[in-house]
Design a protein around this ligand. Structure first.
Ligand code: UDP
Length: 464
C-alpha cells in the first residue's frame, strides 16, 4: 500500500518549470518540449519574460479558452529592461537578465510553493538561463539544461576555456591566433575561426558582454542533471561523442496537425496568418519558394528591394514573410503576382505542406531543423550568431543548400537570388539527399529512435 499518497501523486504528474531565454527561437522549441512532456502526463509552468508573455498571450487571444491551464500554465517574470529598451542589444539584455531574473525566479517559486497545491519538482532551463540551476538548488529542485542551437555550437561554447588556454581567443572572446580554422575533436570537421558565434552579434561591442555571459552559463551547467539538445547524431557526426552528457532529443516539431488549419501554435510572439495554408492549398505540389528569416533579422531598404525583385524574376509562386517591424516599403517595380505576403506564418505547417519546393532561410537552428525535417532544400542567407556556421554546415558538409554571394556593394543582387534559386530547384541529387536526411530525422522520433528514447528516459526519471 502507498503510505504517502501525496508523494505518489507528485511522481505521477510531476510539475516542471520551463524557462526559455527571452527570444522567439528559444521559446518555440521549449514550448514544443513542454507539449511533449504534457503528452507524457507532466504539468508545465512556462516562464516567459513579462514582455514576451504579453506577446504570446495577445497572439493567442482568439483561442484563449483553448489553453488548458491545468496542463501548461503561462506565467512571467521581468527581464530587467525597460519597456522601450532594445531587446536585440544582446550585451545589455544578458546583463539585465543576470542582475534581475534570478531573484525574480526565486520569488516566483516561493510564491508557487506558498500557494500550496503545486510543488515544482524539476526545472528545464535554456542554456542562456543556466543561472536558474543555482536558484533551483536552493529549493532542492533538480534540473535539465536545454540547448536550442546545434550540438556543434554547444561543443564550441563548452570548449571556450580550452580555446583561451591555447591562446586561440582572449578572455573577451577576441581572436588572438593567425590560424584560420580549429578542430574541436579529431572526429569533427574543421571550423572556421571567423564563424565563432560571439563575433557576429550585430554590434562588435556585444562580443565581450555575450562572451562573458556564456562563461557564466557554463559555470552553472554542472548543477543540471541532464543536458538536452535539439539535434540528432546523424546530423552532426562526431560532435555528441565529445560531450557525451548532451542528449539529442530532436527534431523538436509540433505535432503536424495539418488537417486542422485553424489550430494556432502556442508560444508565438505574433499571430500566425493562417490564410497562408489556404493559399498553399491552391498551389501545385513542389512549386512554392518559402521565404522567411525568423524573428530577429532586419533588412536594409536596398537589400529588401533586391529580394523583392529577385522573387519577381523567378516567375514561380512564393510565400514571403515580412515581419511588421521590418519598416520598409516595397519597390515600385515589385509586382508580386506570383506571391503571397504575410507578417508571420505557421512555419512548421507551411514547411510540411506539399506545395513547398524550397526554403530561403537565415539558417536559425529552428528553421534549419524544420526545413531539413521536411526534406526541403535551403537557400542560405545567414545574418548573425550561429547562423554563419550553420550555413557552412548545410552547404559544404550536408550539401543540402546553397549560399548567396554579395556584389561589390555588399548586396545580394536580384539576379544572384534568381540564379541560386534556379540552381537549387534543378538539383535532383540535392533533393534526394534532403529526403534521405528527412527520413533519418523522422526515424529519431519513432519508438526505436534515439531522440524519442532519450525523451522517454527523461520522463521516466522525472516520474520516479
Ligand atoms: N517562425 C514562425 N513563423 C514565421 C517565421 C518563423 O513560426 O513566419 C518560427 C519558426 O518556426 C522557428 C522560429 O520562429 O521556430 C524562429 O527560430 P529560428 O531559430 O529559426 O530563428 P530566430 O528567430 O531565432 O532568428
Amino acid at each position: 500500500m502507498n503510505r504517502n499518497p501525496d508523494k505518489h501523486k507528485m511522481s505521477i504528474n510531476p510539475t516542471v518549470l520551463v524557462l526559455p531565454f527571452p527570444a522567439q527561437g528559444h521559446v518555440n522549441p521549449l514550448m514544443t518540449l513542454s507539449e511533449k512532456l504534457v503528452q507524457h502526463g507532466c504539468k508545465v509552468i512556462f516562464v516567459n519574460s513579462d514582455i514576451n508573455h504579453k506577446r504570446v498571450v495577445s497572439s493567442m487571444v482568439e483561442q484563449q479558452h483553448s489553453i488548458d491551464e491545468s496542463k501548461i500554465k503561462l506565467v512571467s517574470i521581468p527581464d530587467g529592461l525597460g519597456p522601450d529598451d532594445d531587446r536585440h542589444d544582446w550585451g545589455k539584455l544578458c546583463d539585465a537578465i543576470r542582475s534581475t531574473m534570478p531573484s525574480a525566479l526565486q520569488k516566483l517559486i516561493e510564491d508557487i510553493h506558498l500557494n500550496g497545491d503545486i510543488r515544482i519538482s524539476f526545472i528545464i532551463a535554456d542554456f542562456g538561463m543556466a543561472w536558474a540551476f543555482e536558484v533551483g538548488t536552493k529549493f532542492g529542485i533538480k534540473g535539465a539544461m536545454f540547448f536550442p542551437m546545434s550540438a556543434t555550437m554547444f561543443a564550441l561554447f563548452y570548449n571556450t576555456p580550452k580555446l583561451i588556454d591555447e591562446g586561440i581567443i582572449n578572455s573577451d572572446g577576441l581572436i588572438l591566433t593567425n590560424k584560420k580554422t580549429i578542430r574541436l575533436s579529431p572526429n569533427m570537421s574543421e571550423m572556421d575561426i571567423g564563424t565563432f558565434f560571439w563575433l557576429h552579434l550585430g554590434d562588435p561591442l556585444n562580443t565581450k558582454g555575450v562572451f562573458v555571459f556564456l562563461g557564466h552559463c557554463l559555470r552553472t551547467l554542472n548543477l543540471a542533471e541532464w543536458w538536452l539538445c535539439n539535434t540528432i547524431s546523424e546530423l552532426e557526426p562526431g560532435v555528441l561523442n565529445i560531450v557525451p552528457k548532451l542528449l539529442p532529443i530532436g527534431p523538436l516539431l509540433r505535432s503536424n496537425d495539418n488537417t486542422n488549419a485553424t489550430t494556432r501554435s502556442m508560444g508565438q510572439f505574433w499571430e500566425e496568418d493562417l490564410s497562408c495554408m489556404n493559399w498553399l492549398d491552391q498551389q501545385p505540389h513542389g512549386s512554392v519558394t518559402y521565404v522567411a528569416f525568423g524573428s530577429i533579422t532586419l533588412f536594409n531598404q536596398n537589400q529588401f528591394d533586391e529580394l523583392a525583385l529577385g522573387l519577381d524574376l523567378t516567375n514561380r509562386p512564393f510565400l514571403w514573410i515580412v515581419r511588421h517591424d521590418n519598416k520598409l516599403t516595397y519597390p515600385s517595380e515589385f509586382q508580386g503576382h506570383e506571391g503571397k505576403l504575410a507578417e508571420w506564418a505557421p512555419q512548421q505547417k507551411v514547411l510540411n505542406h506539399p506545395a513547398i519546393a524550397c526554403f530561403v532561410t537565415h539558417c536559425g537552428w529552428n528553421s534549419t531543423m524544420e526545413g531539413l525535417s521536411n526534406g526541403v532544400p535551403l537557400l542560405c542567407w545567414p545574418y548573425i550568431a550561429d547562423q554563419i556556421y550553420n550555413k557552412i554546415h548545410i552547404c559544404d558538409e550536408l550539401k543540402l543548400g546553397v549560399g548567396l554571394n554579395s556584389d561589390e556593394n555588399g548586396l545580394v543582387s536580384r539576379w544572384e537570388i534568381k540564379k541560386k534559386l534556379d540552381q537549387l530547384l534543378s538539383d535532383e541529387n540535392m533533393r534526394a539527399r534532403s529526403i534521405k536526411l528527412k527520413e533519418k530525422l523522422m526515424d529519431n522520433q519513432i519508438d526505436s529512435g534515439q531522440s524519442l528514447k532519450n525523451l522517454n528516459k527523461l520522463v521516466k526519471w522525472l516520474k520516479e
